[in-house]
Design a protein around this ligand. Structure first.
Ligand code: SAH
Length: 395
């Protein structure tokens, strides 16, 4: 196995079990590892520090896997990590009212660059590092052994794979091609998922708990679900007895699926207005028309892809939330989210305080939303925390 030498003074993060070593922290490489090979990281004095995946094309040159020199990172090591992750999702799936969740969440599940989502009896896999790519056969084999899925489909995302010099695939890894429509259940609500064509791996299961929490406030209310996608918040609100829901998303495919999902659950279609439009435009239109709501949900895509984009993103979040607040009846609720890892909860609260001032409103934070247990945050890897939200009462 090839040794990679860490620069003197860069030991702290590795000793604290952070899984990333940036290329700038590498002093040298004793040999020519291929990208995706497992290497030994040693300190400047030659002492062992950790095993990790090597990649000279990525800003993250090493993704550390194992800190115990006596543990071999072999096939069994990968099988054990897969099994550990799958086992820790048992409680989510046990009662049968939910049969979709994230089974493996990359670094947070000790498998850097591997994401596996379960949709009923189908799995969608994203491979974002060359190290996982090299060990994929054994990982797929273990998933088949543990779960016996009908299909395992590669949904690897083009932009992230580019960082590691990998090509995009989107192929069947095992079993049959997933059908165009897979019916899944979450919190007892049924959704049609298009694994091959849908966004990300087809469904945003990271909002499972937050949809349920919001629904508890929706009974009898007039709800506006912005960035609705296929209807997560819309359907949960209807299930809880909302008086009406307006759902806005710029994706026509998402809106069409939302309508199908309303039918699938036998909810009253008369209560739902779907608006295939840009949210910012639509919010302004509602304001001009003097339309008000009791509950407004804002679940936008990631505005800040990195820390350097945070200032610009903060302004975009502020404007969006200001508009949302202006459409609420007095004492109404704003459920607002950010899935930008670079935006922490404290900054998000400041953004909302700023939006409240601009809107001339008073805001109480009454609940803090976070990502669910199938998107764990590893204590040594705070970067794994990305989803946050606030439930605000607006006066
Ligand atoms: N709330 C959803 C997930 C939202 S994901 C759920 O519970 O499943 C973000 C969504 O925002 C995507 O569906 C995307 O199509 C939509 N989107 C992105 N930019 C938009 C814009 N400017 N206006 C309207 N929708 C937008």
């Amino acid at each position: 196995m090839i040794d990679v030498i860490l620069k003197k003074g860069k030991e702290k993060a590795v000793l604290h079990k952070h899984p990333w070593v940036f290329s700038g922290a590498v002093e040298g490489v004793k040999g020519k590892p291929e990208n995706g090979d497992i290497v030994r990281l040693i300190d400047a004095k030659g002492a062992f520090m950790a095993y990790g995946f090597y990649n000279d094309q990525s800003r993250v040159a090493l993704r550390l896997l194992e800190w115990d020199e006596n543990v071999a990172v072999d096939e069994q090591w990968f099988r054990d990590k897969v099994a550990l992750a799958v086992e820790s999702r048992r409680e989510i799936l046990i009662d049968g009212i939910t049969n979709t969740c994230r089974l493996i969440f990359s670094e947070s599940d000790y498998l850097p660059g591997l994401i596996v989502d379960k949709y009923a009896n189908h799995l969608a896999v994203q491979v974002l590092t060359s190290g996982i790519e090299k060990n994929l056969t054994v990982i797929i084999d273990e998933l088949q052994k543990l779960l016996k899925p009908e299909s395992i489909f590669d949904k690897s995302d083009a932009s992230s794979r580019g960082h590691e010099g990998l090509e995009t695939k989107n192929i069947v890894l095992a079993g049959t091609h997933p059908p165009e429509r897979v019916e899944v259940r979450e919190n007892g609500i049924t959704y049609n998922i298009n694994i091959a064509e849908g966004q990300k791996s087809g469904f945003y299961c990271d909002q499972r708990d937050n949809r349920r929490i919001l629904a508890a406030y929706a009974k009898g209310k007039k709800v506006l679900d912005c960035f609705s996608y296929t209807g997560g918040f819309t359907l949960n609100s209807l299930h809880a007895g909302a008086a009406s829901v307006s759902s806005v998303d710029s994706s026509v495919l998402a809106i069409d699926t939302l309508k199908e999902n309303v039918g699938l659950n036998k909810f009253d279609a008369e209560k739902v207005t779907t608006i295939p439009s840009d949210v910012n435009k639509q919010l302004r239109k509602f304001r001009e028309e003097g339309e008000f709501f009791d509950v407004v949900v804002l679940d936008p895509p990631k505005y800040a892809p990195s820390r350097s984009a945070l200032d610009k993103a903060s302004r975009a979040y502020k404007d969006l939330n200001r508009l949302g607040m202006l459409l609420l009846n007095k004492g109404g609720l704003l459920a607002t989210f950010s899935c930008s890892g670079a935006m922490d909860m404290e900054t998000f609260k400041q953004v909302l305080a700023w939006a409240a001032l601009d809107a001339g409103k008073q805001v109480q934070f009454i609940h803090q939303f976070c990502q669910p247990e199938d998107h764990p945050v590893r204590s040594s890897f705070p970067e794994g925390e990305y989803l946050k939200g606030l439930l605000c009462r607006v006066f």
